[in-house]
Design a protein around this ligand. Structure first.
Ligand SMILES: NC(=O)c1ccc[n+]([C@@H]2O[C@H](COP(=O)([O-])OP(=O)(O)OC[C@H]3O[C@@H](n4cnc5c(N)ncnc54)[C@H](OP(=O)(O)O)[C@@H]3O)[C@@H](O)[C@H]2O)c1
Length: 260
């Protein structure tokens, strides 16, 4: 692998980035871009076939990747992912963590079972929490690292029928600040990207219903997953060396204007 600019701006050989949820959508596009930037990639998700596909896309472009599988609804599986990652990296540095895997919790409050609520928090909050607890201390010890949490517009705006998801993404958004306080002084930059309406498999089923609404956005359309991936890539890069604890909203202008 060629030499790579690390988040702190120095150069490390053999640096790795983990992108959770890189079997699809925003995560896959992010994994491909970080591989282009020279990182070796830990690809992960639940679907082993699509995880292997992402790995092969990276390899066929000349990069290096491993594909691992874990269901983040199960904290024990996340801890296994940590162990498997450490084994696969065999002492090489993991300098970047993109907490992208997310979703769940889409139901009115009265119809949200405890299982659904716990699943939303396991996926969107507890899994990132376990991963940061596992990997950020070593980044801090090396004095370099970048973590990006993928949130949602629901960290600042509410919509009916998604309260558990919104609460979980709100918690993740606060963790961006908590982790900036904890790890920022030791060289680890932690930021958030909040996507608006991005055309990924996550919302394929409601695509037709959203057409008119998306046309009314300042951008006049839904976002593409690569447009979110570029924002993540920027926050990871040394070009963002003085940016810590922020939310970069990628929403085609949605939150900037009042709907008319
Ligand atoms: N698309 C949007 O409009 C939008 C808007 C706001 C926020 N976001 C956020 O953006 C992030 C990426 O979403 P996307 O639109 O790219 O969705 P996507 O294409 O459906 O991809 C979601 C990814 O998360 C992984 N994932 C989901 N549940 C998981 C679980 N229990 N354990 C492990 N991995 C799991 C999936 O893995 P498998 O497929 O392998 O299971 C997949 O790789 C999410 O955090 C989402 O909340 C998206």
């Amino acid at each position: 692998m060629s030499e790579t600019a690390t988040p702190g701006g120095s150069v490390a050989r053999g640096s790795w980035a983990m992108v959770t949820g890189s079997t699809s959508g925003i995560g896959r596009e992010t994994a491909l871009r970080l591989a282009e930037d020279g990182y070796s990639i830990v690809v992960c998700g639940r679907d082993s076939g699509r995880a292997a596909e992402t790995r092969k896309l990276i390899e066929s472009a000349g990069g290096r990747a491993v594909d691992l599988v874990a269901d983040f609804n199960d904290p024990a599986a996340v801890r296994r992912l940590v162990a498997e990652t450490n084994e696969a990296l065999d002492g090489a540095p993991l300098d970047v963590l993109v907490n992208n895997a997310g979703g769940g919790g889409f139901a009115p409050t009265e119809d949200t079972s405890e299982e659904m609520f716990d699943a939303a928090f396991n996926l969107n909050v507890k899994a990132p929490y376990i991963l940061v607890g596992a990997f950020a201390p070593a980044m801090a010890q090396r004095g370099r690292g970048a973590i990006v949490n993928v949130g949602s517009l629901s960290t600042t705006m509410a919509a009916s029928g998604t309260s558990a998801f919104q609460a979980a993404k709100g918690a993740l958004s606060m963790l961006t600040k908590s982790w900036t306080a904890e790890y920022g002084p030791r060289g680890v930059r932690v930021n958030s990207v909040d996507p608006g309406h991005i055309l990924t498999p996550a919302n394929e089923q409601i695509r037709d219903m959203m057409g008119g609404y998306l046309a009314g956005l300042p951008a006049g359309r839904g976002g593409r997953p690569e447009e979110v991936a570029e924002a993540i890539r920027f926050l990871v890069s040394p070009r963002a060396s003085y940016i810590q604890g922020v939310v970069l909203t990628v929403d085609g202008g949605k939150t900037a204007v009042v709907a008319m």
